[in-house]
Design a protein around this ligand. Sequence first.
Ligand code: BGC
Length: 546
Amino acid sequence: MFDDKSWYKEAVFYELYVRAYKDGNNDGQGDLRGVIQKLDYLQELGIDCIWLLPIFPSPLKDDGYDINDYYGILPDYGSLEDFRDLVSGVHAREMRIILDLVINHTSIQHPWFQKARLDRNSPYRNYYVWSDSNTKYAKARIIFIDSEKSNWTWDEVAKQYYWHRFYSSQPDLNYDNPEVRAEILKIMQYWLDIGVDGFRVDAVPYLFEREDTNCENLPETHAFLKEMRRFIEKNYPGRILLCEANQLPRDIRGYFGDGDEFQMAFHFPLMPRLFMALKQGSFQPIEEVLEKTLPIPEGCQWCIFLRNHDELTLEMVSVEEREWMWHHYAPESRMRLNLGIRRRLAPLLDNNQQKIELAYSLLFTLPGSPVLYYGDEIGLGDNIWLDDRDGLRTPMQWEPVAGAGFSEIQPGKFFNPILDNLDYRPERLCVSIQIKDENSLLNRVRRMIKVRKKHPELGSGDFRWVSSDNPSVAAYWRTFGDHKMLVVQNLSALATAAHLSIGETIPIVAEDLIWGKSIFFQNDQIVDLDLTPFQYFWFEIPFHLN
Ligand code: BGC
């Protein structure tokens, strides 16, 4: 797999927040040395590609998504040498690593912005978007609605307003300026030369602004993103660009271009529908969104996910759907943030292991490459009382001790408190306990990943629903060449019977790859199967019978 240019199509991704992962120098903050110590763990879990949240120098007003210097490493995280060691350690284990590339904005403290605001004649002035009034681009929505009232902020030093789609401490770069565009390619080159395997490109819809538009997904933005891709193809073939565009299905589809823009994009519309399906006990929300998902060009792949480091976004669902999601998944006001829900996977799914496993079964068998969020493989909890999204970014729990094996320093000095809720505290929930228990969530996730890696139909195969008269039963075929798998899942909290018309004409015995259960497909093409609450099966159809 290592030389395969389409590696990302069958890869399992892992989103890793360095500050929270492992403290290598016992100062209470996770760092790159800490991550290096945990590479064996990631390899054993079956991870193919690590995505690091931003690691660059930053005043951390937005946890590193506000960059001061695109060419350095945040001192808390270590040095460039540490980073090079990390890249070698990752590659030595035949894994890959991608970085978060934040191109829409910098920190207000970036020297470009500091020079820009001080001197109207500085070449850097034109690196940002300025105006004498705050009325331009009025059709652009505000994204961080809980903290920002406008996309314009007055700068007392510059004596003008500057444009920002996120926090006012994150001024947007001016993509109409060719020098800005050249800077981005230079930054990419720098990290690609160090050996990274690509980028998760942050907040891509907002690069350009045009009057009388919502300033999202503009043709000019696509043109520049295509230029980034050409740069990669020409100089670094095999490296990837992963698109973060929280948009409607047809707009996200645009970021694949004709196969000449991003190779990958997050499937934002699918994610909330997975939670709707699990709560309703019906596959309909998934079916509907997959119907709206347009085919993507050859060589492209969706990235699918359950949770990530941000609030569970409900920006792109209807008002009624959002209210429904809030009602069911965020009954307390502290659980809500902007237009979303700040909770992790396990608490969202009632800390019910069978249900969480089912969510993973969907993640690993629906079309796309799965992305796991650190900690969710053990069912880490959250802390809704922390600020902003900090409650989703608490220390990883390795050992059943007060400091969770995250750091040796006293926990009071940790960057974020360890969870102290009875169900989620490290004494009860951590890697070392789960590794020893063959029925733990961690071991089930490992098992699913292992099976997935042996079955290219799950990464690259076709997807076809199996007709079922029971809405609780999500059943589908995944097929690729000689490989064929029948996935059957009960989305309901009640036991149910599946009565599936599988469209096969020959009787076959198929084995479930997770549990080892065998099933006999009848000549009449109907499968009858009893399913316990949230039960899932992945049936392998033997080669010779395809
Ligand atoms: C990231 C957020 C960040 C924002 C601004 C997002 O899309 O995922 O964590 O706050 O971009 O950079």
